[in-house]
Design a binder for this molecule. Structure first.
Ligand code: UFG
Length: 335
């Protein structure tokens, strides 16, 4: 059977997607350089699914080693999760971010071209919409106005994919714009384990709950939202992973096109909603204080999920309670 190459397969979203792809019987070959993940993740994917796959510890910028993967395996399509993703760090290290994210994607696409592989799924982000004029955000909302190199790198790769498709419409490309992925696999074996102090809300809440951090700083309570705190569209990572399965299935079923989909739930929750939901789901107190706004943050961002519902038959299944419970279940295993 031909294989799906998953780059960054040991990462947070990559690992959950590997599980869901294996669960529906897909054959994989996985690469990762463990720059922000650990080798145990690969073992845990195998443990959860009872399935095996070939793994290469390589950097996708290493053209020679990447070519070897294509030589040694019958690759039919590629899902690209490799890349750096910390917004704040990207402001401090723009060159590193552009090289890893943009050059990495280019090396990958060039290698695919060399081997005649033209099915590609790309991890993009709702960050490409900048500060949206209207919510919910549809896929044809204007993009641009990104406020950091991480977001700009995603936008640049989207543009590269548009140009590539224009040059050769025998490519099948799906761009998935993620909203806010949270939660973990229900086994507690894989999840998000950020190095150092977490930047994102849910891992931060989880570390306060565990006693590792003292209290949550709520970044601003004077936004134009129902309780003044920022509103986002949180999507369970297992739902998000299933979105990739649907995208791959569409490519195999129909092919020929460049498609863009939002992957979100369509519901917006505030920072305080998330905090309260976490406390309720896990029966645990999470101390917090109100702090100044975080530079670059926007008030409200949530998806119009209808295009993915209609064209991919993708509907999120997991509740806010699932997101909170599974986050804590994984965090407890780290303690
Ligand atoms: N927040 C806090 N305190 C914290 C962390 C976050 O109050 O310690 C608030 C933020 O101000 C924001 C909300 O929680 O209102 C969510 O913040 P996250 O950092 O979890 O997520 P962002 O929406 O800022 O960013 C996420 C991803 C990015 C992606 C973006 C797309 O982390 O990679 O969504 O919209 F680009």
């Amino acid at each position: 059977m031909k294989k799906i190459l998953v780059t960054g397969g040991a990462g947070y979203i990559g690992s959950h997607t590997c599980v869901e792809l294996l669960n529906v019987g897909k054959e994989l070959v996985v690469i990762d350089n463990f720059s922000n993940s650990k080798p145990e993740v690969i073992d845990n994917i195998k443990k959860i699914t009872g399935k095996d796959f070939k793994f290469y510890e390589i950097d996708y910028l290493d053209r020679e080693k990447l070519e070897k993967v294509f030589e040694e395996n019958e690759v039919e399509s590629v899902i690209n999760f490799a890349g750096f993703k910390a917004v704040g760090e990207s402001v401090a290290k723009p060159v590193e971010y552009y090289i890893n994210n943009v050059s990495g994607a280019l090396v990958l696409l060039e290698t695919m071209k060399k081997y005649g592989i033209k099915k590609f799924v790309f991890s993009s982000s709702a960050t490409v919409y900048g500060d949206p004029e209207v919510v919910p955000i549809t896929e044809d909302s204007e993009v641009g106005g990104t406020t950091n190199p991480y977001g700009t790198s995603k936008l640049m790769i989207e543009q590269i994919l548009q140009d590539l498709y224009k040059s050769d419409n025998s490519w099948d490309i799906v761009i998935l714009r993620y909203f806010n992925p949270v939660g973990a696999h229900s086994s507690g074996l894989i999840g998000e384990n950020p190095q150092g102090i977490p930047n994102n809300l849910m891992p931060y809440i989880a570390q306060v709950a565990s006693g590792k951090l003292k209290e949550l700083s709520v970044f601003g309570n004077d936004y134009n939202t129902k309780d003044g705190t920022g509103v986002r569209d949180y999507i369970h990572v297992v739902d998000l992973a299933i979105g990739h399965v649907k995208a791959i299935e569409k490519i195999y079923r129909e092919g020929k096109g460049l498609y863009i989909y939002n992957l979100g739930t369509g519901k917006g929750y505030s920072v305080l909603d998330m905090l309260k939901a976490f406390e309720k789901a896990n029966n645990i107190e999470v101390p917090y204080k109100i702090a100044p706004r975080r530079p670059g943050d926007i008030a409200t961002c949530f998806a119009d999920p209808r295009k993915a519902e209609k064209e991919l038959e993708f509907r999120t299944q997991k509740s806010l309670e699932d997101m909170c419970r599974d986050t804590w279940n994984f965090q407890k295993n780290l303690m």
